[in-house]
Design a protein around this ligand. Structure first.
Ligand SMILES: Nc1ncnc2c1ncn2[C@@H]1O[C@H](COP(=O)(O)OP(=O)(O)OP(=O)(O)O)[C@@H](O)[C@H]1O
Length: 143
């Protein structure tokens, strides 16, 4: 099976509202990722419910939807060899207390919910999530 060379990230409302977007994007490019699509945007209630439908019914679901619709987010498509796995390593564990030193969540997350950054968890989801946020003409695979 071939491995995609891109992943989708969101800088979540906690980090955007604290002005961390620039620092996080710099850490991402310093780690060797190219930004091939980028926008400051927000999720409607319906968007968030669709994006996180896999978590519906879990105890944290309603609070997660509330949080992810609470303010602007930054969405980006990132290109690098083995991007999904490499980016999951860069962001670190969901719970920042368990995240390794130097990871984005260790540096920027407040809590398990307000954990600063999202990264796709599979190549299949990277494709779905990239098209969730961007039209084909907004993604520059040539970069
Ligand atoms: N136990 C929990 N308590 C509160 N919020 C949670 C909990 N588990 C997950 N979340 C929130 O839901 C998001 C999605 O959960 P998931 O298990 O997919 O984590 P993840 O794959 O590390 O994160 P993401 O999908 O955002 O990259 C988490 O990033 C976090 O914001």
């Amino acid at each position: 099976m071939s491995i995609s060379n891109f992943t989708l990230t969101m800088i979540k409302p906690d980090a955007v509202s604290k002005g961390l977007t620039g620092s996080i994007l710099k850490d991402i490019t310093d780690a060797g990722f190219s930004i091939i699509a980028l926008k400051l945007t927000s999720l409607t209630l319906t968007d968030a419910q669709r994006f996180y439908s896999i978590h519906q019914g879990k105890p944290f679901y309603e609070d997660l939807i509330q949080f992810m619709t609470s303010g602007p987010i930054v969405a980006a498509v990132l290109k690098k060899e083995n991007a999904v796995e490499s980016f999951r390593k860069l962001i670190g564990s969901t719970n920042p207390d368990q995240a390794e030193e130097g990871t984005l969540r260790k540096k920027y997350a407040e809590s398990t919910q307000r954990n600063a950054v999202h990264g796709s968890d599979s190549d299949e989801n990277a494709t779905i999530e990239a098209h969730f946020h961007f039209a084909d003409r907004e993604i520059f695979f040539c970069l």
